[in-house]
Design a binder for this molecule. Structure first.
Ligand code: ADP
Ligand code: MG
Length: 302
C-alpha cells in the first residue's frame, strides 16, 4: 500500500507545477545526491538566436542561411528553430523557405536533406563536426580554425555544408534562465552536487557553468546522447544517486538510466515520457522545490 503522505506529496507537487509519475518517485527524489543538468533548454532558456552567419567557399551568407534554415525547419531542436527563424526573417516579405526532401536527423549531431534553391538541388548537411564527418564532409584547417574562434568567443557554432563541402558557419547565442543560478546555489545547500552535461562545445559550457556556480571540474561538454547515458552510469558506479534533468530527444536515454529523471515541461514528448518527474514551468527553482517537498513529505510520514 502507498503511504498516505506520499500521495499527499504527489498532489502538492501538482500544485507547485511538478508532475510526478507515481508516489514512489518522491522517495527516489529524497535520496538524490548528484544532479546532472543538461545545458540547452534546462539551465539556459534554449531560445537560441542566430548571432551571425559566416559564408565560406564563395557562397553568400543568405544562401547558406536559407539552405540551412530549409532543412532545420523539419527539426524540433532549439538550434533548428533559431536557424529556421533567422532564415525566414532574411527572405523578402512574402517569400517562404524552400521545402526539404530526404530529411534525416541525428540527435546530438545535426540534420541533412536535399533542398532545391534557384532551380538547383543541393545536398545540405547542418550540425557539429562529427556529423559532417559521418556525411563525408571534411572542413580544411583554416575553416576549422574559424569555427574554433567562434566557439572560443562563447558562441554555439554550427557547420553548414553544401554538396559535400563546408559552405558556412552559423553562430548562435542562448541566455541563462533567470532562476538557474539561485536554484543551483540552493541545490548545493541541500548537499546535492550540480554538474553540467552538454553536447555543446567546451567554451560555451565553461561560460555557462561559471555564470551559474557549477565547478569547472563538474562540466562535461561535447557529450553525445550515448555519452550522456554513460555519464549517468559512471556516477552510479561510483556510488552516487543520480538525478538527470533534460528536455531533449538527446536526453531521453540518460533520463531513463538515472535514478530520478526530470524533464522540463517545455521539452520534447520523448523526454517527458522517459522522465519520472516533469517540471511544468521549466524553471530549475521548481525542481529544487520538488526535492524539498520530497524531503518534507517523507519526514511527515516517519
Ligand atoms: P545539448 O546537450 O546542449 O542539449 P544536443 O546534444 O542536442 O545539445 O546537441 C549537441 C550538438 O549537436 C549541438 O551543439 C549541435 O552542434 C549539434 N546539433 C544537434 N542537433 C542539431 C540540429 N538540429 N542542427 C544543428 N546542429 C545540431
Ligand atoms: Mg537540451
Amino acid at each position: 500500500a502507498t503511504p498516505v503522505g506520499l500521495l499527499t506529496g504527489t498532489g502538492r507537487g501538482a500544485q507547485l507545477g511538478i508532475l510526478i509519475k507515481g508516489p514512489q518517485v518522491l522517495e527516489d527524489t529524497r535520496s538524490v545526491n548528484t544532479i546532472l543538468l543538461d545545458k540547452t533548454g534546462t539551465v539556459t532558456s534554449g531560445k537560441l538566436a542566430v548571432d551571425h552567419t559566416l559564408a565560406l567557399n564563395g557562397h553568400s551568407d543568405t544562401t547558406v542561411l536559407t539552405l540551412a534554415g530549409a532543412v532545420e525547419a523539419a527539426s524540433e531542436h532549439p538550434i533548428a528553430h533559431a536557424i529556421a527563424a533567422a532564415a525566414k526573417a532574411g527572405l523578402p516579405d512574402a517569400a517562404t523557405l524552400p521545402g526539404v526532401d530526404g530529411f534525416t536527423s541525428a540527435p546530438g549531431g545535426g540534420v541533412r536533406g536535399t533542398v532545391v534553391l534557384d532551380g538547383t538541388a543541393r545536398t545540405v548537411v547542418v550540425g557539429r563536426s562529427g556529423w559532417l564527418e559521418q556525411n563525408g564532409v571534411a572542413p580544411n584547417a583554416a575553416q576549422q580554425g574559424t569555427l574554433a574562434a567562434q566557439e572560443n568567443g562563447g558562441a554555439t557554432a554550427i557547420w553548414v555544408a553544401v554538396d559535400g563541402q563546408a559552405a558556412g558557419i552559423v553562430s548562435l547565442r542562448d541566455t541563462i534562465k533567470p532562476g538557474s543560478a539561485a536554484a543551483i546555489a540552493r541545490l548545493k545547500e541541500l548537499g546535492i552536487r550540480p554538474m553540467l552535461l552538454t553536447g555543446d562545445n567546451a567554451a560555451v559550457a565553461a561560460q555557462v557553468a561559471a555564470a551559474v556556480g557549477i565547478a569547472p571540474g563538474d562540466v562535461l561538454a561535447g557529450v553525445l546522447p550515448e555519452g550522456k547515458v554513460e555519464a549517468v552510469r559512471k556516477l552510479q558506479q561510483q556510488g552516487a544517486i543520480v538525478a538527470m534533468a533534460g528536455d531533449g530527444v538527446n536526453d531521453a536515454a540518460a533520463l531513463a538510466q538515472s535514478d530520478l529523471g526530470i524533464a522540463m515541461g517545455s521539452g520534447t514528448d520523448v523526454a517527458i515520457e522517459a522522465a519520472d518527474l516533469t517540471v511544468m514551468g521549466s524553471d530549475l527553482g521548481q525542481l529544487v522545490q520538488a526535492i524539498e517537498l520530497s524531503r518534507e513529505t517523507l519526514r511527515t510520514i516517519k
